[in-house]
Ligand binder design. Structure first.
Ligand code: CTP
Length: 404
């Protein structure tokens, strides 16, 4: 389940060639479980038909033909009032100008004026129109009123030129929709959360590294869940095959030293730290400057202890006045609970997620985890086999309870 499940989304489509991508967006939102009611502006109808949207959403798509029909009064107030979010994608320069001035001459602009739900706009227009001082002023006016924006991005424009004005990708818009909904409904609104994910890479020489099997899936799921609860998320990650959750501030690192530096520089402003990364405990003492060659024989590689990030944070904890909660993970192949309990205590954690990596269906690279949560006050919570997304939702709910 995502935050979109069961939410009523009003999708406004306006007169831009990007209107066809609005159908993809409608489909993505519907597949995520949202109830999507589409409103097409008269300009949008020149590019795409209401039937397209009805076909992908399974719900009625409205046009200005309804504006003067028998249901008109109910419609323009009713649509806006029952919505959780109004997305306008694409949003043309003309629509931005109307909204900035409170003009209400179409079903969509009337609805935008009548609704009290959050509004997210994905502008789409020619580069010159976007850069025009009038458009820029309209964007500022709307932003000051609390309207959120996603894009536009740089790319090939309908004019044939390359510039800023292309509508954000539907995947980005759907991701931002989750962030905006999270901010309006979520328990972690206003909280800053730092989350680490993935493994680490400790160099041996310029071409070789010591690493581990961590996929980053659990950390990325935690970041997505935190965003959907309204948090501002910094995701500190080792390179993974995953795409970063839309709305997270991504900091890429390779070594433990880089991850430690990134954590220390962000945790001062954070309300919570979740260390989901599987960080190296050992690193190469003297990294070879040049590639180690076969003809020089089998290298004797001496290791040293890598810094323990959670232990370092624990030592600084008294000066980190904003930091209210620290959560760790314990990846164990034996004596799960004893080892996790020792780490909870030694790393001064609020709670730890003990993960039995000896099980086939838990740990690195699979979609599920078997977790027991151990809390500083001695409470324990045994979770059943769950997807990493479900584990993330539970961990964030327990974290929110601590932060509240
Ligand atoms: N951790 C850390 N810095 C390290 C190693 C681990 O902050 N250099 C964090 C992990 O992100 C995790 C917790 O400490 O949240 C426990 O990690 P784990 O690898 O299970 O335990 P270790 O403390 O490294 O001990 P061991 O590997 O001996 O079990």
């Amino acid at each position: 389940m995502s935050i979109l499940t069961g939410k009523r989304i009003l999708l406004g489509i306006t007169g831009s060639i990007a209107a066809y991508k609005g159908a993809d967006l409608a489909s993505k939102l519907t597949q995520a479980g949202a109830l999507v009611d589409t409103i097409l502006s008269p300009g949008a109808e020149k590019f795409i038909s209401p039937l397209t949207f009805q076909s992908v959403t399974g719900r009625k798509a409205f046009t200005d033909a309804e504006l003067w029909g028998g249901e008109a009064h109910v419609l323009h107030i009713g649509l806006g009032h029952s919505a959780d979010l109004l997305i306008i994608a694409p949003g043309t320069a003309n629509t931005l100008a109307k909204l900035a001035n409170g003009q209400a001459d179409t079903l969509l602009t009337i609805t935008a004026l009548a609704t009290e739900c959050p509004i997210l706009i994905a502008p789409a227009m020619d580069g010159g129109m976007y850069a025009h001082p009038a458009t820029q002023r309209n964007l500022r006016t709307l932003a000051e009123r609390g309207v959120s924006f996603v894009g536009p991005v740089t790319g090939h424009l309908a004019s044939g030129l390359i510039g800023v004005g292309r509508m954000a990708d539907p995947h980005e818009i759907a991701g931002m929709a989750k962030v905006v909904l999270g901010r309006s409904l979520g328990r972690l609104h206003g909280k800053q959360i730092v989350i680490t994910a993935g493994g680490s890479q400790e160099p041996i020489d310029p071409v070789r590294v010591i690493t581990n099997h961590s996929s980053g899936k659990q950390g990325y799921a935690l970041a997505q869940a935190a965003l959907e609860l309204g948090a501002e998320v910094t995701l500190i990650s080792h390179p993974t095959a995953l795409s970063a959750p839309v709305g997270a501030q991504l900091v890429m690192v390779n070594t433990v030293a880089e991850m430690l530096a990134a954590v220390l520089s962000t945790v001062e402003q954070a309300d919570a730290l979740i260390m989901a990364a599987a960080v190296a405990d050992f690193r190469v003492k003297k990294v070879a400057e040049n590639k180690l060659k076969k003809q020089d024989g089998i290298p004797q590689i001496e290791l040293e202890a890598a810094p323990d990030i959670l232990a370092t944070v624990a030592r600084h904890r008294s000066s980190l006045t904003r930091l209210k909660a620290v959560v760790g993970f314990a990846a164990e192949s034996r004596d799960l609970l004893e080892n996790a309990q020792a780490k909870l205590f030694s790393k001064k954690l609020d709670f730890i997620a003990a993960n039995d990596i000896s099980a086939q269906d838990a740990g690195f690279a699979v979609e599920t985890n078997r977790i027991t949560l151990l809390f500083a006050d001695g409470k324990r919570e045994i979770l059943p086999l769950l997807t990493k997304n479900e584990v993330a939702d539970i961990i964030l709910a327990r974290l929110a309870a601590i932060l509240e």
